[in-house]
Design a protein around this ligand. Structure first.
Ligand code: SF4
Ligand SMILES: [Zn+2]
Ligand SMILES: [Zn+2]
Length: 315
């Protein structure tokens, strides 16, 4: 017999949430995801009345779901929602996602702006893979460095006060482990979800940080959101994939362990953030003027590294 939703006690259940024991119908499940997103936004004071919010959209399930939910709840606080998409320049990978994002935005009447690595930094990801000095510069670390800056530039270009990205609880756990294993403790402090206002006035928020990736997929599927299925050809170079596997295996055996782990990591992150030694970065890159803890920021360092090799590569 099909179980009944134990929230409304009426409709047929479609989802079992192992970590809470809940069995939910489609409508109660969808509401639970929207409610959790709103709770996260409010808990960390992510959005204020009347603000313009740029949503970074890749065409994957997480970012399209975030755009969908933020658009849905935007009227409550009179927020304007716009979409920004970054073109990394990876042959064959982005074609599908661009058409998905364009159709989605057109259907929901959301303005969309696209910014490419090649125009912003002189190298696409395909170029960078050829131009990098060695595999020591992993594709995802180059791409991550460029993407963060590209999203900043794009948000300022569209005059947004807030940049929302769809990092979820699984991403948070993986990033924490990457920072921990690379000895980058101060970055753990930067992970705390309460947004920091940067020198340029932009606030960065992650409204899905308390949601499991698997539940976002389920929400996207039941909302009829079409999303990109093609995987990036460079993705396996990152240690992130190993941590993803590790946490998913643990969760299968111990439902809820990811959420418990998130809560512990987040407490540590808050302690690191508020410790006296973890003052927000106030220095500027001597090359581009952007906020940086070093004299030259990571974007300029990466561009310089690629440019040095460009000469060797193309001459
Ligand atoms: S998997 Fe890595 S290289 Fe590919 S788009 Fe993501 S961050 Fe960039
Ligand atoms: Zn129900
Ligand atoms: Zn710089």
């Amino acid at each position: 017999m099909v179980p009944t939703c134990n929230k409304c006690n009426q409709k047929k259940a479609v989802y079992h949430r192992p970590y809470s024991g809940e069995t939910l119908c489609k409508s109660c499940f969808m509401k639970s995801i929207e409610k959790k997103t709103l709770q996260t936004i409010s808990k960390y004071s992510m959005i204020k009345f009347n603000q313009k919010i740029a949503v970074g959209v890749s065409g994957g399930k997480d970012s399209l779901t975030l755009l969908h939910i933020l658009k849905k709840i935007s009227k409550r606080n009179n927020n304007e929602i716009v979409a920004i998409t970054i073109d990394e320049g990876i042959e064959g990978y982005r074609n599908e996602s661009f058409s998905i994002v364009k159709n989605f935005c057109k259907e929901k009447d959301i303005s969309l702006s696209i910014f490419g690595y090649k125009d912003l930094f002189g190298s696409s990801m395909d170029d960078a893979i050829k131009e990098r000095q060695s595999n020591k510069f992993s594709s995802c670390s180059i791409c991550g460095t460029f993407r963060r800056r590209a999203l900043d530039i794009a948000s300022q270009y569209v005059n947004a006060e807030v940049l929302a990205t769809a990092h979820n609880l699984d991403d948070y756990l993986q990033t924490y482990m990457i920072n921990l294993f690379s000895g980058d403790v101060s970055r753990i402090g930067w992970m705390y979800p309460q947004p920091i206002e940067y020198n340029n006035g932009l606030k960065k928020i992650k409204p899905f940080v308390e949601l499991y990736e698997s539940e976002i997929v389920f929400y996207a599927f039941h909302s009829g959101i079409e999303f990109q299925t093609e995987q990036c050809p460079y993705m396996n170079e990152s240690i992130r994939s190993e941590f993803r596997l590790f946490f998913n295996e643990l969760e299968k055996i111990h439902p809820g362990i990811k959420y418990n782990c998130f809560k512990s990591m987040n407490k540590i992150s808050k302690i690191v953030k508020t410790s006296e030694k973890n003052e927000p970065v106030k220095n500027s890159c001597i090359n581009c003027g952007e906020t940086s803890s070093n004299n030259i920021c990571s974007v300029c360092t990466t561009i310089q590294m690629l440019n040095r090799n460009k000469k060797n590569f193309y001459n």
